[in-house]
Design a protein around this ligand. Structure first.
Ligand code: XMP
Ligand code: MG
Length: 179
């Protein structure tokens, strides 16, 4: 347990089991398709790394870094691309690998960009989903866990760039972020 955390939501073992099962599922669903897995940096980096180790079909990886315009903690839905993909996605079957879906605005925008680039298909694999936060009608095609409407950190997820390195996921103590 980390002193800045209120509680642990998912242990390393729980994360590994769920991510492994998702890898098996994706391997079945994308057999023969050579899918391109797109990791949304930086939050999804741990999830991506563990997920692709459990994919046993030919696949490729690429990385994208985006940031929301506007107020820092709330999604605006307008996304700025900080690092774009290396290759064209035209005609490809894409799997967007995201850490967490809250309002859904970021993902809706990202999906639109990739569809516009004439991908053959665009699906979403999210580690966490906060269904209560949703502002647009978007559901992940694949997800590991639903989480409550609290600020969570660890396993890639950060608060002010900290805690990404934790191998587990927990709820941050409110006094850590209210100062
Ligand atoms: P949307 O557009 O769905 O944005 O609201 C999702 C992005 O918001 C961030 N986010 C979180 N990051 N703990 C975090 O570390 C959280 O509890 C959390 N909720 C949302 C995250 O960057 C995600 O990609
Ligand atoms: Mg993120």
């Amino acid at each position: 347990m980390h002193p800045d955390l209120e509680e642990i939501l998912f242990t390393e073992e729980q994360l590994m089991n769920a991510v492994g099962e998702l890898g098996t599922q994706l391997s079945q669903d994308y057999a023969g398709k050579n899918p391109l897995f797109i990791c949304v940096l930086k939050g999804a980096v741990m999830f991506m790394a563990d997920l692709v180790k459990r994919i046993d079909i030919p696949m490729e990886m690429d990385f994208m870094a985006i940031s929301s315009y506007g107020a820092s903690s709330k999604s605006s839905g307008v996304v700025r691309i900080l690092k774009d993909l290396d290759r064209s996605v035209e005609g490809r079957d894409l799997v967007i690998v995201e850490d967490i879906i809250d309002t859904g605005l970021t993902l809706a925008y990202l999906k639109e960009i990739l569809q516009h680039r004439r991908a053959k298909s665009v699906k979403v694999a999210a580690l966490f989903d906060k269904p209560e936060g949703r502002q647009v009608d978007i559901v992940p095609d694949y997800k590991c866990f639903d989480v409550p409407n609290a600020f969570i950190v660890g396993y890639g997820l950060d608060y002010a760039e900290h805690y990404r390195n934790l191998p587990f996921v927990g709820v941050l103590k409110p006094d850590v972020y209210v100062g």
